[in-house]
Each structure stands twice: as structure tokens, then as C-alpha cells.
Write a protein that binds this ligand. Structure first.
Ligand SMILES: Cc1ncc(C[n+]2csc(CCOP(=O)(O)OP(=O)(O)O)c2C)c(N)n1
Ligand SMILES: [Mg+2]
Length: 374
């Protein structure tokens, strides 16, 4: 294992990695983003919501009620802290693990849950996998499953924003595995040459499905790849909410000043499987989890708020009960909503359907049909 690529253990901190939250609950003034207690509480609530939803969605998948889920267990600070640092007019280009950021930006819960069920109210009409929703109103680009493709899309958006002078930036999420894609090279190179306002956020969570980071790259870090493109690369403790907000804000501001993109390597750990279709016990050494559980991003923020007298058990229980009620309601509505109509497979492609599709549609609708199992 390459220890340089891994996050150092809490007992061997590296000065190369930006961190803000100290073990005694205070913040390093150099990287303190200056959040109010209300803002920290808001972010804490969003992180807990994300984790609760994650846990419940896995249960729904195990019960056979949804087909798939790809979660963010342990990566909540990296995902939500960076999204929080962006502005309303910005666009986010997710990988596939970042639904919590979409909810934080205002994606209605029902919209998300309808997508998880692929029902008639799903904006993508069940044509995409669960977790692959889209919402222009909250600046949430449609998720592209092919690894790395969102990088070139985000850079294109940022380039257009620069040309049009819209004052919008892009934030693109991708994993350590995506740094091996050709889109990473094309996108980051272009972003550097054209100095586009794009924050490139690499979630180094230790794994690309079953491929560990030391098999992903021969470089010591992911951030140092930035040097090849003439842009800054920053390593940040991805389990430190405050540090993530700080480095992302600075990266966004840099882009806004016309100085170009920044590559951020957020060092975190994928505490769950790759997705509900994966069993990490087959390849992950069991002793890897405990050191990361000690650095749980949510517990660190809860500890910070509690020390300041801004959080307690009663508020925690009320929050969890509220999430539970909202989730149950959304699932109940989604399950009562019918599947997209069969003929919808012919819509949204042609403004006027060509004759052969009209014929096929008629044949399909007049043929025998098995009862719906939805
Ligand atoms: C081009 C392409 N190749 C392979 C896959 C299958 N695949 C899906 S996710 C994934 C791993 C991605 O790992 P990483 O970029 O580290 O993101 P993470 O899942 O860890 O967040 C792979 C290989 C794919 N979706 N697209
Ligand atoms: Mg990864």
C-alpha cells in the first residue's frame, strides 16, 4: 500500500493536507471559513439527512422495493461542504454519489424518491438508473454513469459561462478512479488552458469499486496531477467539513477572478460498498474501517456544535424523527404512483415520430400484455 496516497492516521498528521477542525473542537484560524453556528447547524442537519436517507434506501433495495442505490456513507463532509461553498447561479456536475448535495440545493425530496422508483413522476421516466436524476432549477446536471464524462461537461459549462459572463462557476465531483479516464485529461487540460471557472473536486475515497488507490496511480497524490496542467492542486481532509468549505470557496473565488480552475483532492473513505450491487467483504481488509470510523465527518461536526452548546440529544432525536416521517411519506407517494406509461418509450426523442416508430408503437399497444408488477 502506498501510505502517501492514503490519508495519514490521526497520530501522524501531514502538513500537506489542509485541515481546520482541531481535536479540541476549535478551528485553525488559517482555514476557518467563518461559518455562523446557524450555518454549521444547517450543514449538520443536511449531513444527517443524507446519512439517514442512505441507510433507508439500502433497506428499500434489500426489500426489493427499489432496484439500486449508490450511497455516500462517510463522504458527507466532502460532498456537502463543497456544495455549500458554491453559489446559487452555479452548476454542479455530480458523479453519482452526491444526492445529498442536490437535496441541500433544494431538490424536492419527492422528486428524488420518484427517481429512485422510476415511476411516472420521475423526470427521466424510469429510463435512467436510480440515483441518476437531474434538476435544472437547482443547477444539478444529469448524471453520466460513464466514469469521468462529467468532467468535460463541467468544463464546457464553465467555458460557456466565462464567454457569456454569467458569473456562474461549475463544481464537478469525480472519484479517484476517474483520474485514470481520458475525460480527466481532456477536461482538466482544457480547463487549465482556457482558465475556466471550474472547481475540480476529486473524492479520494480509497477505492474505485474493488481497485484500491495504490493500483490507480503511480503518483504519490492525486492533487499533484494538477501540476501537469499548470493549475493548483490542493489536498484537504475530506472528513473535515470546515476545511472542505474553506478550500472550495477559495477555489471558486479564484475561478471567479479569472485565474482558472483548481484541483481539490478531498481525502476521505468509502465506508459502504460501491453500491448495493457490491459486497466489499470480498476485497476490503476488515481492519481498514475502524480508523476511518474514528474520523467520522458527522460525529466531528456534532462534537463541535455540542461543545458550543448548539446541539443536544433532544434536537438530534427530533431531527431523525422528522427525516423518518418525510422519507416515509415520500416513499408512500412514490409507491402509489404508477409506472411510466408503456408508450412513453417512444416519446422525448423525435418532435414528430417517423413512420416506423408510429407503426411499432401501434403494434406494441395492441399486442398482449403481462399484468404490471410495479
Ligand atoms: C467508462 C466506465 N468504465 C467503467 C465503469 C464501471 N464503473 C462504475 S463506477 C466505477 C469506479 C469509479 O471509482 P471512482 O472514480 O473512484 O468513484 P467512486 O465510486 O469511488 O466514488 C467503475 C469502474 C463505468 N461506469 N464507466
Ligand atoms: Mg473512489
Amino acid at each position: 500500500m502506498n501510505p502517501q496516497v492514503r490519508t495519514p492516521s490521526p497520530s501522524s498528521p501531514s502538513s500537506e493536507i489542509v485541515s481546520a477542525l482541531r481535536p479540541d473542537g476549535t478551528l485553525d484560524p488559517q482555514h476557518d471559513p467563518g461559518l455562523s453556528d446557524q450555518e454549521v447547524e444547517f450543514l449538520y442537519r443536511q449531513m444527517v439527512t443524507t446519512r439517514q436517507m442512505d441507510e433507508r434506501l439500502v433497506m428499500l433495495q434489500r426489500q426489493g422495493r427499489i432496484g439500486f442505490h449508490v450511497g455516500s456513507l462517510g463522504e458527507e463532509a466532502a460532498i456537502l461542504g463543497s456544495a455549500f461553498a458554491m453559489q446559487k447561479q452555479d452548476f454542479l456536475f455530480p458523479c453519482y454519489r452526491e444526492f445529498g448535495a442536490a437535496l441541500m440545493r433544494g431538490l424536492p425530496l419527492q422528486h428524488f424518491i420518484d427517481n429512485m422508483f422510476g415511476n411516472a413522476n420521475d423526470t427521466v421516466q424510469g429510463r435512467q438508473m436510480p440515483n441518476h436524476t437531474t434538476c435544472r432549477e437547482v443547477g444539478w446536471c444529469s448524471i453520466s454513469s460513464p466514469v469521468g464524462t462529467q468532467i468535460t461537461q463541467a468544463v464546457g459549462f464553465a467555458w460557456a459561462a466565462k464567454i457569456k459572463k454569467t458569473n456562474a462557476s461549475a463544481l464537478v465531483y469525480f472519484g479517484d478512479g476517474a483520474t485514470s479516464s481520458s475525460d480527466f485529461h481532456s477536461g482538466v487540460n482544457f480547463a487549465g488552458v482556457f482558465k475556466v471557472p471550474c472547481v475540480l473536486l476529486c473524492r479520494n475515497n480509497g477505492w474505485a469499486i474493488s481497485v484500491p488507490v495504490e493500483r490507480q496511480t503511480a503518483t504519490k497524490t492525486f492533487a499533484e496531477k494538477a501540476a501537469a496542467y499548470g493549475i493548483p492542486g490542493v489536498r484537504v481532509d475530506g472528513n473535515d467539513l470546515f476545511a472542505v468549505v474553506d478550500v472550495t470557496r477559495k477555489a471558486r473565488e479564484r475561478g471567479e477572478r479569472g485565474e482558472g480552475p483548481t484541483l481539490i483532492e478531498a481525502i476521505t473513505y468509502r465506508m459502504g460498498g460501491h453500491s448495493t450491487s457490491d459486497d466489499p467483504k470480498a476485497y476490503r481488509p476488515a481492519d481498514q474501517l475502524a480508523p476511518w470510523a474514528d474520523r467520522d465527518p458527522i460525529e466531528r461536526v456534532r462534537d463541535y456544535l455540542s461543545r458550543r452548546g448548539a446541539w443536544d440529544e433532544a434536537r438530534e432525536s427530533a431531527l431523525v424523527a422528522d427525516i423518518d416521517a418525510r422519507f416515509r411519506e415520500a416513499v408512500s407517494i412514490a409507491e402509489r404512483t404508477p409506472a411510466p406509461p408503456l408508450e412513453s418509450i417512444f416519446s422525448d426523442v423525435y418532435e414528430t415520430a417517423p413512420w416506423h416508430l408510429v407503426e411499432q408503437r401501434q403494434q406494441l399497444l395492441s399486442g398482449p400484455r403481462a399484468p404490471s408488477s410495479h
